[in-house]
Design a binder for this molecule. Structure first.
Ligand code: FE
Length: 341
């Protein structure tokens, strides 16, 4: 039944020229429900939603699409929206949704107890649910980890022709550069980014996975990527020839970002949305929420597992992630000036 409904919706959406989306089934009439718009891949979240339904009897209906389409859809639907919760990755995206007036504060003691303040919006409009580190990876045959230290150091000419990066169009890099601006000011941050561009071995890649594969293949020696992409490659083959290095442990701490969620401004069921958000932040859900995508739990009471735990403890940059949003436009302009494509 689920498949049939999804296929019909896809056909209907395709007919309207809408971008492809995954829609989950509508609930049986009378059943309590909560509706989620999410850019996360269904396999990462659907098992958790099913557990929530089994526990509470509340059906979780979700629509998945890319974050830009979902943000536009929320804006277009306004007070007619059926969405209660907006779930996506990167504080930059959540900040953008809040800026557009599409979210509302979720003042919840439970959320505040479970999620560190630096991983949440200062106005409670969104909360991090998992943590990803954007850090340095290297080829152990060509780099001694003793040579590595920081993002800033990768601008040094020692790394000339040895660095690979993903495109500056990805929000992950915009957030990283936003934090560099916060720490060093715009002038110094631009110098660093210019240094990276000068050190590039190849044009920037369109994905983190391609970037890591370029290190493995010998096109470059070091790269900056999100930890879970390396985690996936290591899960497929533990001998994968790329290793992780925790950047900036003696200075700012490694740049972390989040996946997270916020209650929509016009949520028809804001109480259901808050209850689901609180559950996703709870001990019961946090381990699985992080583990499915090889991320770190946002709730510090929960220990990471598997390949992620093997990377050991790290010190994270504890600058509030709202900065990633506030300085995003500045970061985009800076990368453009520095010739980072
Ligand atoms: Fe990603």
């Amino acid at each position: 039944m689920r498949l049939v409904v999804s296929v019909l919706l896809l056909v209907a959406l395709a007919a309207c020229g809408e971008p492809p989306a995954n829609e989950s089934t509508a609930p049986e009439s009378g059943q309590a429900r909560v509706v989620v718009y999410t850019s996360r891949q269904p396999y990462l979240i659907e098992p958790l939603f099913e557990r929530y339904t089994a526990k509470t009897g509340v059906s979780v209906d979700f629509t998945s699409d890319n974050e830009a389409s979902l943000i536009e859809r929320l804006a277009a639907e306004g007070s007619r929206t059926q969405a209660d919760l907006f779930m996506t990755v990167d504080a930059g995206n959540l900040w953008h949704a809040a800026e557009r007036g599409l979210l509302q504060p979720a003042a919840s003691d439970r959320l505040k107890q479970r999620i560190p303040a630096t991983l949440a919006d200062t106005d409670d409009q969104w909360y991090g649910l998992s943590v990803r580190a954007r850090t340095i990876v290297f080829h152990p045959d060509r780099v001694d980890p003793g040579e590595l230290s920081s993002y800033e150091d990768l601008a040094d000419e020692r790394w000339s022709g040895r660095l690979c990066l993903r495109t500056s169009r990805k929000v992950y890099n915009q957030s990283l550069v936003a934090l560099l601006i916060e720490h060093h000011g715009e002038e110094r941050a631009e110098e660093i980014v210019r240094g990276w561009v000068a050190n590039l071995a190849t044009n920037p890649y369109s994905s983190d996975t391609q970037t890591i594969e370029a290190v493995a293949a010998g096109q470059c020696d070091v790269a900056i990527v999100n930890s879970y992409y390396l985690g996936r490659l290591l899960a497929e083959g533990p001998d994968y020839p790329v290793e992780l290095f925790w950047a900036n442990q003696d200075t700012s701490g490694v740049h972390v970002n989040i996946s997270g969620a916020g209650i929509t401004r016009h949520a028809p069921r804001p109480d259901q949305a808050r209850a689901l958000l609180e559950w996703l932040a709870s001990e019961e859900a946090q381990g699985e929420f992080a583990e499915r995508n090889l991320e770190f739990p946002a709730n510090p009471d929960i220990e990471p597992q598997g390949v992620v735990a093997a990377w050991g403890d790290y010190r994270a940059d504890d600058t509030p992630l709202t900065v990633a949003g506030e300085r995003q436009a500045q970061a985009v302009r800076l990368m453009d000036r520095a010739g980072y494509r």
